[in-house]
Design a binder for this molecule. Structure first.
Ligand SMILES: C[S@@+](CC[C@H](N)C(=O)[O-])C[C@H]1O[C@@H](n2cnc3c(N)ncnc32)[C@H](O)[C@@H]1O
Length: 325
């Protein structure tokens, strides 16, 4: 399993892409970018110049890469026989999800990237040249919007990472229908792990189940989500911070935890079903390990006692986001 650090080739590509931009500019644009994204501005507003892109590459791409890869790893664990040969990265930005897919699955032969933002696409185009994978180096890049410019031919895996938030709600149904039509096997949607991000994932989930999709992850069932406000379903992925990131954000610790919500839906239901998904960091108590679980019967709070040695051993290394089978 990956340590969720960027592949060396992508890291090199980023360093090269930002080499002409001063640390001061990157830091200033990083602050502006965070403020704009927090205020729900779309990338169309937030990312327009090379310095904006540099700020995104240094401070956001590593985190969206890590969370998207974590979501893909969850799909892979649930669907070990799924081996995508073609991938569509919709709302690709600098191509983040494409790099994550290549890290997760061998055997990808064809990738397509699509975005409406010229500045992001310029970065994606440059970064691709650093990849050793022909599928990525030769990937067609489509300048256009979801859903109007989606390619006609289906892809085994379609990914929409951190982009649903940027689509007006009135366009979600059209966009999700088109993305699902374009997914030969799996559609993966990743959003920030905020209550708002979860709300969008939940809306997408209801809509896609209505189209006949089945949940691949994270839910171990297709029933209604058992969580109630103010609780929300989200996960966290730890990733290393680069020196450039620490300079841009002034961070003191060499890692960060990216919170994310996600949904993967599939066309076929592989067996076996997981019995439960761990919804929070397992809590070490004197008597044992306590888990918050989403199960086929709803939410469960389970203590695995230390005195039950085989059961305790089986779960002692389990992490937030994994399944408990
Ligand atoms: C926050 S960035 C995420 C980029 C990348 N997927 C990632 O995870 O790092 C959102 C991206 O979605 C793109 N986007 C927003 N609305 C879009 C639409 N309707 N069609 C295509 N791309 C869109 C933006 O241009 C931007 O590049």
């Amino acid at each position: 399993m990956s340590d969720f650090a960027l592949p060396d080739a992508l890291q090199r590509g980023i360093e090269e892409s930002i080499s002409e931009i001063s640390d001061r500019d990157i830091a200033a644009r990083t602050a502006a970018l965070s403020g704009l994204y927090r205020a729900r501005a779309s990338s169309r507003i937030a990312v327009t110049t090379e310095a904006d892109v540099a700020a995104y590459l240094v401070t956001r791409l590593p985190a969206t890469y890590a969370s998207t890869l974590a979501a893909m790893e969850a799909v892979k664990a649930r669907m070990p026989d799924f081996a995508p040969r073609s991938v569509l990265d919709a709302g690709c930005g600098p191509g983040t999800a494409s790099w994550a897919a290549l890290e997760c699955w061998d055997g990808i032969k064809q990738m397509t990237l699509l975005d409406e933002n010229d500045a992001m696409l310029g970065a994606a185009r440059k970064l691709l040249t650093f990849s050793g994978a022909e599928a990525l180096r030769g990937a067609p890049i489509i300048k256009g919007g979801v859903p109007d410019h989606l390619p006609a031919q289906p892809h085994d895996l379609v990914v929409l990472a951190y982009a649903l938030a940027e689509l007006p709600e009135a366009r979600w149904a059209g966009a999700l229908s088109a993305l699902w039509r374009g997914a030969a096997s799996v559609l993966l949607i990743v959003e920030p792990g905020t209550p708002e991000g979860y709300r969008r994932i939940l809306a997408a989930r209801g809509f896609l189940l209505g189209l006949g999709a089945r949940v691949a992850a994270p839910c171990p069932h297709d029933a209604a989500c058992p969580l109630t406000a103010p609780d929300w379903c989200h996960f966290a992925q730890r990733l290393p911070r680069s020196r450039d990131h620490m300079r841009a954000k002034g961070g003191a610790v060499p890692f960060e935890d990216e919170k994310f919500s996600y949904l993967a839906v599939m066309r076929d239901l592989p067996l076996p079903l997981p019995s439960a998904r761990i919804l929070d960091r397992p809590k070490a108590e004197k008597a044992g390990l306590r888990f918050k679980l989403c199960t086929t019967d709803g939410l469960e709070d389970v203590l695995v006692p230390k005195r039950d040695k085989p059961a305790y051993r089986a779960v002692s290394r389990k992490k937030w986001g994994e399944t408990l089978d």
